[in-house]
Design a protein around this ligand. Structure first.
Ligand code: NAD
Ligand code: UPG
Length: 440
């Protein structure tokens, strides 16, 4: 099938590449000249496991192409995926300007039937709004052309995006017209083997499903983070509690890890946007208010522990920080807990020596003018002369380090572990003072 994808970020690039991988003829559009130039050379602008090889493979056989030309993009695909950003606006609502621009451009350029698919995470009612914008543009041109609009929210996780897209838990399709549903059913057949993963519903329910999924996952995390604070006061261990409750299949093990707060481009913004939608509709979402407040508090937990150990004036102190991305296997630092921590430490007069296996360039971009932040070449060199080590992101490479080397390099044998990756007993046997989340 001929497919166009508008927006080549995490979602657009993965969607386009995976659809090309199974044999479709895909053209991806972006307004970012640098991105498109890089992609045309077979280089990808983000770090995402397995993606670069897949892009190169499909580019080389001509199934995946990139363009800056909107008319070419509209002309190419029978199906037009909108996968542009929907960042939070000042009031917490999703900023819809990029989706609207993309829809308007389709209306301005289309010559024959198109199925327009909202892949971006968008407020309930967006399918109707996109349809309205396209009608407006067709009316301006004085033409009548048949088209469909559907919702097909994306559930991939950064760091596992290719795998999530190729082997989805479910494929949600929200549409009221049979032609759109059949086209999407056909398109997703290669990803829908063994058992039927297609969940077909009306567009509004599909749009709400996306927010509900992220809100539920964020709720689990905030619940565990709040319980972790209580566990600390009670002398209980949240890791034991996690295993104890996760064994109940009604609860399950996933997304129960206490830590230094959730980040990323989705949970924070989607939790906000859903609350905004509720308020606009004259109702509230009290649970989500608490989820957000608990998360904001949790992002301060490491700094609180550091100040409790080293005092509130941290001037003259240096802290080694392992992990800058909001989670492992990505270079994405949107809403990353590391950012608040770095800012907090620098504001208290401390210096920071930071290392991340893939997010160093992004850190440079975000903190270019911070003299107190040093970017180390390796995890071990970050430790030289530091007063303590702080682990913020649970990259695999941080899980079994050489503890005697860490002890030699640090000025004090102190570790703050924001992701509970070390065993408290064995790390104390190694001679460290150890502070983690929700454990004695
Ligand atoms: N990142 C994720 O893990 C993830 C997962 C599921 C859903 N989502 C949702 O998918 C959407 C996209 O997220 P992302 O992380 O890929 O965003 P992103 O910021 O990485 O990429 C968006 C891209 O769209 C481009 N763009 C903006 N306006 C355009 C236009 N008019 N025409 C062409 N290109 C345009 C931008 O230049 C950018 O490259 C968001 O709504 C997000 O909430 C994201
Ligand atoms: O038990 C857990 C699990 C995750 N996190 C944190 O939660 C955040 C988000 O993690 P994750 O969900 O793995 O990453 P995302 O790539 O943001 O993916 C989420 O957001 C996407 C965008 O909407 C959705 O498509 C995915 O299904 C949804 O998991 C990260 O900061 C994690 O450290 C925890 O603190 N504890």
């Amino acid at each position: 099938m001929k497919i166009s994808v508008i927006g080549t970020g995490y979602v657009g690039l993965v969607t386009g590449t995976c659809l090309a991988e199974v044999g479709n003829d895909v053209l991806c559009l972006d307004v970012d000249v640098n991105k498109i130039n890089l992609l045309k050379q077979g280089e990808i602008p983000i770090y995402e496991p397995d993606l670069e090889d897949m892009v190169r493979r499909n580019v080389s056989v001509g199934r995946l192409r990139f363009t800056l030309d909107q008319a070419e993009c509209t002309d190419h695909g029978l199906v037009q995926f909108i996968a542009v950003g929907t960042p939070p606006d000042e009031d917490g609502s999703a900023d819809m300007q990029y989706v609207t621009t993309a829809a308007r451009a389709i209306g301005q350029n289309m010559q024959d039937y198109k199925l327009i698919v909202d892949k971006s995470t968008v407020p309930v009612g967006t399918v109707d709004r996109v349809r309205g914008v396209i009608y407006e543009e067709l009316a301006k041109r004085g033409v009548e052309i048949d088209f469909s609009v559907a919702s097909n929210p994306e559930f991939l996780k950064e760091g596992a995006a290719v795998d999530d897209f190729m082997r989805p838990d479910r494929i949600v399709i929200g549409a009221d017209d049979d032609k759109a549903i059949e086209l999407l059913r056909t398109l997703y057949t290669p990803f829908n083997r063994n058992h039927d993963r297609l969940v077909v519903m009306d567009a509004r329910s599909a749009e709400l499903t996306k927010y509900a999924a992220n809100a539920m996952l964020a709720t689990r995390i905030s619940f565990m983070n709040e319980l972790a604070l209580l566990a600390e006061k009670l002398g209980a261990d949240i890791e034991h509690v996690r295993r104890g409750i996760g064994s109940d299949p009604r609860i399950g093990y996933h997304f129960l890890y206490a830590g230094c707060g959730y980040g990323g481009s989705c949970f924070p913004k989607d939790v906000k946007a859903l609350q905004r939608t509720a308020r606009e509709n004259g109702t509230g979402l009290k649970i989500l208010e608490a989820v957000e407040a608990v998360n904001a508090r949790q992002k301060e937990v490491l700094l609180d522990k550091i100040r409790a150990r080293f005092g509130s004036d941290l001037s003259g102190k240096t802290f080694a920080l392992w992990g800058l991305a909001f989670k492992p296997n990505t270079d994405d630092m949107r809403e990353a807990p590391s950012r608040m921590l770095i800012t907090g430490l620098l504001a208290q007069g401390a210096a920071v020596s930071a290392y991340d296996p893939v997010a160093m360039d992004e850190t440079k971009r975000l903190f270019a003018s911070e003299p107190g932040l040093k970017l180390a070449n390796s995890s071990m060199s970050a430790l030289e002369g530091a007063d303590a080590l702080i682990v913020v992101t649970e990259w695999k490479m941080f899980r079994s380090p050489d503890f005697s080397e860490i002890r030699r390099k640090l000025r004090n044998a102190v570790i703050f572990d924001g992701r509970n990756i070390y065993d408290p007993d064995s790390i104390r046997t190694e001679g460290f003072e150890y502070f983690s989340i929700g454990r004695p």
